[in-house]
Design a binder for this molecule. Structure first.
Ligand SMILES: Nc1ncnc2c1ncn2[C@@H]1O[C@H](COP(=O)(O)OP(=O)(O)OP(=O)(O)O)[C@@H](O)[C@H]1O
Length: 722
């Protein structure tokens, strides 16, 4: 088994003593290496009972356990492979048996989680009556649930978590609601997933003698996907490994894509040293997934990040020559997939990756029309299942079928999306009444009692719109949709209702996407509604559509990355500016996306109004392909590359030389780049930290030496390079 491993992989397997950190590039064969490491330890006489392998999720755990079994001799004892959750489960069990923690049941059902969050919020509203029913919207409750899990996962005070603006607009009541939620959990003998770690950690922090009871059982702890662990997981790991257990952490800081769930990119970097002392470092620099062109592209794609390991991805000898193309528009995407199929390649070997599910909507609609089968990582993301799409299709249907105005269920659909911020039970009763009476309620009607004037006005406005729609049946679907979106001020409502700011931005983008599709695909409203409501089934032999997050750890022969536009990938917007660390996380997502490909990578911008993503230019895809070609065939004339030093370093790793010349550097919107210095007539010298938008709308975020951080409209500000 060992002969198949590369030299770097063998070094990891043979690690002798102390903590170890394995920095693995994408496609470096972590799984095979770790499995070989475990088997080598066992061969050396290590006791499997004193070893623990921690994987990121259940799927990875099962895959790894199966891999170990396939390598083991019949009847050989193997170490435990667990997830952090399963460790938490066991710890909670032990601490309960010892009488330290009271017995609690884990909440597993979504409805149960929601009900408890609602109960906590209803009680909290007694203290914050001004917040009204809006705080009980499902999305706001989801935001609150997310808030509670983050507080526990990052082991911070709820007041501190409120300062992060990840949880939507109104959060000042969250700390009070958090405490209320905690006491409800306690009173009902329940706990959440985050409690599986949070409760044991709190108990262990309180009582040193308890720590002694759980420590000293492990000689070796191996942790995969280390870049995505949060504070609670890190603490637990440190506790379990103490006092003599040796930790081997394996991961890729460039693939840290869960900062919004509490992961920290420096976990693999400085923070590791702080927690465990200086480890022995092992690089796994060779990717076995793809060839030079894509390895070069991956290096370029991540180069602009400041927080990253100083490590190049190198293509291992014998990997396929990956081809790379970049094109524009949905038609081109369909052509690429059709060409793949025409080559006789199975469609399930092709994946379309998107930054957010919203961007999959035009892809799904196009595939449906082209008759190309597909499957989604998440069933609830089929277009016809998206609540906002269902509601918008419902508005269009009403225009065509006036009788729906008397259908309470249909009215409820239209009154629920976009949110009206009125409690569901009340809305249901209002819809029944409207369906029956076909006229708006009298001012003194009990059903309107207690509503704020603005809520009453908005409900009435929505009813007027619904009554008007049947008169506009002749309008095109795009015009009808635009009318609905504008009349309801839908963008504002979606942003306000969203569980996370990012989700709000995605919903708003979904409106754009549907408008575009309505304009492009149909001038026939009935046909457009039929397309939106097409109850398509997942086809396991179809093209895979996944978010980049969902593609973590996976690989496909053909990977198409769709939606490479500014504001989509990187994801940001007027209401959600990109922070420098946010931009770096977006860049890591792009890096994860491109490194899923084996034979062919196809990059697509949507060809619409938004500029192609800066990541396309940064990736230097054409030059990377040219260098790879020259590596294979030699070059007489110099190859133009944007970053000759980077390419030379890559070539040097293979003892290769090529004539290179400086090509164009990727130009950022308006020519400004983060890291550039400027001179401002009033504020003096400052460094650009962020560039957003383009041309007239280009905004710079600048840190001035004396005037602090400012946001400037580049076209108007009195600035020049300095
Ligand atoms: N020594 C080797 N020689 C040839 N192929 C290898 C070797 N080690 C691993 N591979 C292959 O490389 C591919 C990538 O391996 P794997 O999926 O374990 O990568 P990974 O490190 O987990 O990547 P990522 O971090 O991107 O998920 C797999 O198809 C695996 O079989």
């Amino acid at each position: 088994m060992l002969e198949r491993l590369s030299e770097e992989q063998r070094a990891v397997v043979a690690h002798r003593q102390g903590h170890a950190r394995v920095a693995a590039v994408a496609g470096a064969g972590k799984t095979s290496t770790l499995a070989a490491r475990v088997m080598a330890l066992l061969d050396d006489g290590a006791d499997p009972e004193r070893m623990l392998v921690l994987m990121f999720n259940r799927a990875a755990r099962d895959e790894f356990a199966t891999r170990l079994q396939s390598l083991a001799a019949p009847g050989q004892r193997l170490p435990r492979v667990r997830t952090f959750h399963s460790i938490g489960h066991r710890l909670c069990g032990s601490l309960t048996r010892w009488g330290v923690l009271p017995a609690r049941r884990l909440i597993e059902a979504e409805w149960q989680r929601e009900r408890l969050a609602r109960q906590a919020m209803v009680r909290t509203l007694e203290e914050y009556p001004e917040l009204g029913e809006e705080a009980l919207e499902p999305e706001r409750l989801e935001a609150f649930g997310h808030f509670c899990e983050r507080v526990k996962g990052e082991l911070v005070a709820p007041e501190q978590m409120v300062e992060s603006d990840d949880f939507g607009a109104e959060t000042r009541h969250f700390p009070t609601a958090y405490r209320m939620h905690e006491s409800l959990l306690e009173a009902q003998g329940l706990m959440t997933y985050a409690d599986l770690l949070h409760h044991p950690l709190r108990a262990l922090a309180r009582d040193p003698s308890l720590r002694l009871r759980i420590q000293g059982f492990l000689d070796h702890v191996i942790v995969d996907e280390y870049q995505d662990i949060n504070e609670a997981q890190l603490r637990l790991l440190a506790l379990l490994a103490a006092p003599h257990g040796e930790v081997m952490a394996v991961g890729d800081a460039n693939q840290c894509i869960y900062e919004w769930r509490g992961a920290r990119v420096d976990a693999m970097l400085e923070r590791f040293d702080r927690c465990f002392g200086k480890p022995t470092d092992y690089p796994l620099s060779y990717t076995f997934r793809h060839g030079h062109a894509l390895a070069l592209l991956a290096n370029h794609a991540i180069a602009a990040n400041r927080r990253r390991p100083d490590q190049l991805t190198l293509a291992a000898p014998g990997t396929p020559q990956t081809t790379i193309e970049a094109r524009s528009g949905a038609r081109a995407l369909i052509e690429t997939l059709e060409a793949w199929r025409d080559l006789g390649r199975p469609l399930d070997q092709a994946a379309v990756l998107v930054r957010s599910w919203t961007l999959s909507v035009p892809v799904q609609l196009r595939l449906l029309r082209a008759g190309i089968p597909f499957q989604l990582g998440r069933e609830d993301r089929f277009v016809f299942r998206l609540p906002l799409v269902r509601a918008l299709a419902g508005y269009l249907e009403l225009a065509l079928q006036p009788r729906l105005l008397a259908d309470p269920a249909h009215l409820m659909l239209l009154f629920s999306q976009p949110a009206t911020f009125v409690a569901r039970e009340r809305l249901e009763r209002i819809c029944h009444r409207l369906a029956e009476s076909q006229r708006w309620l009298a001012r003194e009607d009990a059903l309107l009692e207690g509503l704020k004037p603005i809520q009453r006005r908005n409900l009435k406005k929505r009813w007027s719109l619904l009554c008007e729609l049947p008169r506009l049946a002749q309008w095109s679907p795009a015009r009808l949709l635009a009318k609905v979106i504008e009349t309801l001020d839908a963008e504002k409502l979606l942003r306000r209702a969203a569980a996370r700011r990012e989700k709000g931005e995605e919903d708003v983008r979904l409106l754009d996407v549907l408008l575009e599709q309505a304009g492009e695909l149909a001038d026939d409203t009935a046909a457009f509604v039929a397309l939106l409501k097409n109850p398509v089934e997942a086809r396991t032999d179809g093209v895979v559509i996944s978010t980049i997050h969902g593609a973590k750890g996976l690989e496909w022969p053909l990977v198409a990355v769709w939606g490479l536009n500014e504001e989509d990938c990187p994801l940001y917007g007027r209401e959600m500016p990109l922070s420098p660390s946010g931009l770096e996380e977006e860049r890591r997502l792009f890096y994860v996306a491109v490194t899923r490909a084996q034979e062919r990578l196809a990059l697509f911008n949507d060809g619409g109004e938004r500029r192609p993503s800066r990541f396309l230019a940064e990736s230097g895809w054409e030059a990377c392909a040219a260098v790879a070609e020259a590596m294979a065939a030699g070059a007489d004339t110099p190859v133009a590359v944007a970053d000759p030093a980077l390419v030379e370093r890559y070539l040097c790793a293979f003892g290769h030389t090529l004539p290179l010349r400086q090509g164009d550097r990727p130009s950022l919107p308006a020519g400004w780049r983060p890291g550039d210095w400027i001179e401002h007539a009033t504020f003096g010298r400052g460094e650009i930290e962020l560039v957003e938008g383009e041309g007239e709308r280009c905004i710079l975020e600048v840190r001035f030496s004396t005037a602090g951080k400012r946001r400037l409209l580049a076209a108007r500000a009195p600035i020049e390079p300095g």
